[in-house]
Design a protein around this ligand. Structure first.
Ligand code: GDP
Length: 493
């Protein structure tokens, strides 16, 4: 997500960091560098200029004070972070439910923006929060839009109101109206109306959207927009705002090659906040949009909070509490715990997406992209081939035990060794984290996440097929041949 922008920001700040005391010329220079990066990322020019002016003004104003501190570049970084958060929306806004149900949410946007997919994602999200949504199929234009909504509705067990077949047949306004009446009768508390888009903005499209709007008086009109189209997204947003109007924005396809132009320009250009983000084709690939987290990702600090939330969602509460308790009591993180976490990680979806949320992920981008999700399955097989005693105390893993595990899991002894080595390193890191020594300064790993055993569970060090991020995290290799059960096992095999 916004990889190029992130790497430009990090190179701008690394040159600033090397400066020590800062002069006004340094501020102008980083301003120019960030400006070029934003323009290259397709952010609207007037938005860029205002943004850069604010950063430069604030930085120059504070320059004297900043230079008195021990880390002047960090102070500038903080200003940029604050301004980036502000431009992305400041405090995140959420959907407000109507006092008198049902709450009507109407989705608008161009064809292919991801409205129908989003309807399913939003319905699932609202259902998980205890609501009873109804999907209404008012996109009667796009081929198969009605069927697509029915399929997604069935997959998440949310009813779909679809009295017309679509594909050009039926009146979308009557369907929307009848859908609302149906929801009132059946006591659904939220109605999500999917509407038709066109390949470009045209008056016919706008008139249809306006008629649907006037028929159902939505509490929220959400403009769904493909983040990959950059400034075109902003132009479409402006047209929709002038036409049907909207209350909030949903950015889709953030998993793709989006450069950041849409995300960074839309609020300034339309005055409407981004509420949700769609990050993939699956119905679970959906997040609330948090400006501060997005700013953090753009600046290369990762998005640990979202990661922790996703982990928490995927792990059953009994496992989470057990791990929390262990962490608090200072007990060792064992391979049994690791196995529970592997299960949870499989539920969390694509590892590459999760790893990309780690601070500094940009530096291991290639490895992240190449991560093979089957590695989870292979690692799980190795741990499952261990006895409970071995899982709880990997020190008992002598050569013959390792050879047996390798055979049982259909893997090489070297893979078993690798897993055990990395697991020990992870265990050590957990201990350091518990004593507060483990995290690099300023990373601010939330305590909740540490308690969940995330760092080890994330598998970065624990034999998940990724290279150990730093040499310090890999267990040192012993030179002595005879004293090393791992090597002995490898030889024996
Ligand atoms: P609509 O015409 O606005 O209803 O668009 P659709 O919901 O049919 O989406 C158009 C295409 O984009 C479909 O192939 C979706 O699977 C895909 N899509 C939607 N959202 C995302 C997303 O966040 N990421 C990716 N990669 N694809 C998406």
């Amino acid at each position: 997500m916004f990889d190029k922008l992130t790497s430009k920001f990090s190179s701008a700040f690394s040159s600033l960091r090397s400066k020590g005391r800062l002069k006004s010329g340094d501020i102008e220079a980083i301003g120019a560098e960030i400006r070029a990066a934003l323009i290259e990322s397709d952010v609207a020019l007037d938005v860029v200029d205002k943004f850069i002016a604010r950063i430069i003004d604030r930085s120059l104003e504070k320059l004297e004070e900043v230079n008195k501190g021990i880390n002047p570049s960090q102070a500038i970084f903080t200003i940029v972070n604050e301004e980036l958060t502000a431009i992305l929306g400041g405090n995140s806004r959420r959907i407000t439910l109507a006092k008198k149900p049902p709450t009507v949410i109407m989705l608008t946007g161009l064809q292919g923006a991801g409205k129908t997919s989003l309807a399913g994602k939003l319905a699932l999200h609202l259902k998980s929060a205890g609501n009873t949504p109804l999907l209404v199929a008012s996109d009667l234009q796009r081929p198969n839009a009605v069927t697509q909504l029915q399929v997604v509705g069935a997959s998440i067990k949310v009813p779909v109101f679809a009295p017309e077949p679509g594909n050009g047949v039926g009146d979308p306004v009557s369907v929307a109206k009848a859908g609302l009446v149906f929801a009132q009768e059946k006591l659904y508390n939220i109605v999500i109306v999917d509407t038709a888009g066109r390949l470009g903005v045209d008056q016919e499209l706008m008139n249809e959207a306006i008629r649907i709007r006037d028929a159902v008086s939505p509490d929220e009109i959400l403009f769904v927009v493909d983040a990959m189209v950059g400034q075109d997204a902003v132009r479409a947003a402006e047209a929709f705002q002038a036409g049907v109007g909207f209350d909030g924005v949903v950015l889709t396809k953030l998993d793709g090659d989006a450069r950041g132009g849409a995300a960074l320009s839309i609020l300034e250009k339309t005055g409407k906040p981004i509420l949700f983000a769609s990050t993939g084709e699956k119905v679970e690939d959906f997040d609330l949009f948090y400006p501060d987290r997005m700013a953090s990702r753009i600046l290369g600090l990762g998005d640990i909070q979202t990661l922790a939330e996703q982990a928490k969602r995927s792990m059953d509460s009994a496992t989470t509490s057990r791990l929390e308790e262990k962490f608090i009591k200072g007990e060792d993180f064992t391979l049994t715990d690791f196995l529970a976490q592997l299960e949870a990680m499989k539920n969390m979806g694509s590892m590459s997406k999760m790893l990309a949320m780690l601070p500094g992920a940009g530096a291991i981008k290639k490895q992240i992209e190449n991560f093979d999700d089957n590695e989870l399955v292979r690692t799980q097989a190795i741990v499952q081939s261990m006895t409970p005693i071995e899982r709880n105390d990997p020190k008992v893993l002598n050569g013959s035990r390792r050879a047996r595990i390798a055979k049982g899991s259909g893997r090489q002894v070297s893979e078993v060794n690798n897993l055990v080595d990395r697991f020990s390193a992870a265990q050590k890191m957990m201990k350091q984290m518990r004593s507060g020594k483990g995290m690099p300064a300023g990373m601010g790993l939330p305590a909740g996440m540490a308690r969940m055993g995330m760092p080890a569970g994330m598998g970065m060090p624990a034999g998940m097929g990724l290279p150990a991020p730093s040499p310090g995290r890999t267990a040192p290799k012993k030179k002595s041949k005879s004293g090393n059960p791992a090597k002995r096992a490898a030889e024996e095999s």
